[in-house]
Design a protein around this ligand. Structure first.
Ligand code: HEM
Length: 138
């Protein structure tokens, strides 16, 4: 389902503030994920601060194009196939989304209004669907 233009706008408007706080957000993200879903720890091998930066910067880049189906497909196709090869499955996306919303709340503080939160929820659902479809994760 296509994401509403207002949600696309709210997500994009929150990106400059998020980028100002990228490093703390990146290092909080996996702490939040592993306290919400400890069983996901075993999937990761590398340095988690580096991985946090890779995740947040890629997430922000994809979030920027989430309203444009072709650009979204272009931004997610290769990443989705790589994730399928890593053993990532559709059920892994929900805890990741939960950790993302918690991290955004910590990072954006009062700017993480209920409207911004629901916009990010919609954006994450849209980009997860694209990842799952392109990675052929069934
Ligand atoms: C939803 C959007 C997601 C984005 C934007 C994203 C982004 C990334 C990026 C940029 C990398 C690094 C790739 C590289 O080094 O070439 C990565 C690696 C990885 N991602 Fe994701 N990811 C997402 C979802 C997930 C989910 C749901 C899981 C499930 C557990 C996951 C598990 C992993 C693992 C296991 C690695 C490899 C880490 C390692 O080498 O130790 N990702 N991801």
């Amino acid at each position: 389902m296509a994401i509403a233009p207002d949600d696309v706008r709210r997500v994009r408007e929150s990106l400059p503030l998020l980028r100002e706080h990228f490093e703390p957000a990146a290092s909080r993200f996996y702490d939040n994920l592993f306290s919400l879903a400890p069983e996901m720890r075993a999937l990761f091998r590398g340095d988690m601060d580096d991985q946090g930066m890779k995740f947040m910067s890629t997430m922000a880049m994809i979030a920027e194009v989430v309203g444009d189906a072709d650009a979204l497909a272009g931004a997610t196709a290769g990443l989705a196939r790589a994730h399928a090869r890593l053993g990532v499955a559709p059920e892994h996306f929900a805890p990741m989304g939960h950790a993302l919303l918690v991290t955004l709340g910590e990072t954006l503080g009062p700017d993480f209004t209920p409207e911004v939160q629901s916009a990010w929820r919609a954006a994450y659902a849209t980009l997860s669907e694209a990842m799952i479809a392109h990675g052929a994760m069934a």
